[in-house]
Design a protein around this ligand. Structure first.
Ligand code: AMP
Ligand code: MG
Length: 347
């Protein structure tokens, strides 16, 4: 398959280009497009054959359900019969935005989208290209992140091209995505809203509308089965092996330096994911700062791009400083932990 790359102005999407991509979606094709979180790989959520193309292009496990994207809250009624009160509150406050809400699905939603679950994950993205595309297609669009399954998610169209060239119909180049980590997946079926995947809308944000919000215990404890099937996989992983180093920052720096020495003496190429405050403290050639340790938003925006950069320069081991799990820092640590397969060195 020849993939068409379509450059679209992110501030003023050109109508004819949007309509062209929307037509491909209407005809059952696949289009990668930017959202405010990461790039998504879209297809018609109501059509099983279109959905199968997403799973094939990504090599995604069949039991990992997709998020359906809409660009008009009224379109929810095509997918769900009942909109709970909690959902209405969330939609008013956080849509469009990086919050995915789990609803009970209706019979229009194919099993292929939900991996057989009776629920469907829905969000309304806040990106002009994404909104224009979904509106023009006039369809709900299923769109997981536009990467090969298991790899770091794409925050730039060039990452999408690396993974999906020749596997999808269109890749829209709409610049860099802003947030840099995926949406928050929230389950509101119980008394206390539960974060199944931390993301762009933080627990602190959610506490502005609810008295209590909790994390799915499976996020931290392997003895629990995650309610979000995607959380059970190793994910977001670059080719290099990720090891997180956690603890008092002085000790972290010492440990990373001693590990680097040890690896380099064995000819193992090391990359260090550092922060602004620690950048000049390391004795290693490949040190990248993802931002200030206090600026979690910048770290989130730089995370996946940095993991992909270490692949480009061919490092064997990535030593990453842990950051505080506050605000979007929780999502950053969730992705890093998955990327490392749980390999955390405590100092
Ligand atoms: P991605 O599309 O790569 O951003 O991943 C979507 C995430 O949403 C995965 O972790 C899925 O397991 C999760 N998800 C999608 N649908 C549901 C659902 N109905 N219930 C719980 N989690 C879901
Ligand atoms: Mg993904």
């Amino acid at each position: 398959m020849k993939t068409l790359i379509l450059k679209i102005n992110k501030n003023k999407p050109e109508k004819e280009k949007i309509d062209k991509a929307a037509k491909v979606l209407k005809n059952g094709g696949t289009v990668a497009f930017p959202t405010e979180t990461v790039y998504g790989l879209g297809a018609n959520a109501l059509d099983k054959t279109s959905i199968e193309k997403i799973f094939k292009a990504k090599g995604r496990p069949q039991d990992n359900p997709l998020i359906v994207h809409i660009a008009d809250t009224n379109k929810l009624y095509d997918l769900v019969d009942d909109i709970p009160k909690k959902a209405k509150v969330l939609m008013d406050k956080f849509w469009p935005g990086p919050l995915t809400i789990i609803f009970n699905r209706n019979e229009n939603v194919p099993d292929e989208v939900t991996a057989g679950l009776q629920t469907v994950a829905i969000r309304y993205p806040d990106n002009l290209i994404a909104k224009a595309l979904i509106k023009s297609a006039n369809l709900p669009i299923a769109a997981p992140s536009a990467n090969t399954s298991g790899k770091p998610s794409p925050t730039d169209s060039k990452h999408v091209l690396e993974d999906l060239d020749g596997k999808v119909d269109i890749i829209i180049d709409g610049g860099l995505t802003g947030v840099g980590v995926e949406s928050t997946v929230l389950d509101i079926s119980g008394d206390i809203p539960t974060i199944l995947r931390p993301g762009g809308i933080t627990k602190e944000d959610l506490l502005t509308v609810f008295d209590e919000v909790k994390y799915d215990p499976a996020l931290k404890n392997k003895d629990f089965k995650p309610k979000s099937p995607g959380q059970k996989y190793r994910h977001y992983s670059p080719k290099g092996e990720v090891k997180i180093v956690k603890g008092d920052i002085g000790k972290v720096i010492k440990r990373i330096n001693s590990l680097t020495k040890e690896y380099e003496s064995k000819n193992i190429k090391v990359g260090i994911m550092a922060t602004l405050e620690t950048l000049d403290k390391y004795e290693c050639e490949n040190v990248v700062s993802v931002g200030s340790r206090k600026d979690f938003k910048t770290i989130a925006a730089n995370l996946f791009k940095t993991l992909r950069y270490f692949d480009e320069i061919g490092v064997d081991i990535i030593l990453a400083e842990a950051i505080d799990e506050l605000g979007i820092g929780s999502a950053v640590m969730n992705r890093l932990t998955k990327a490392s397969g749980g390999n955390i060195i405590i100092t």
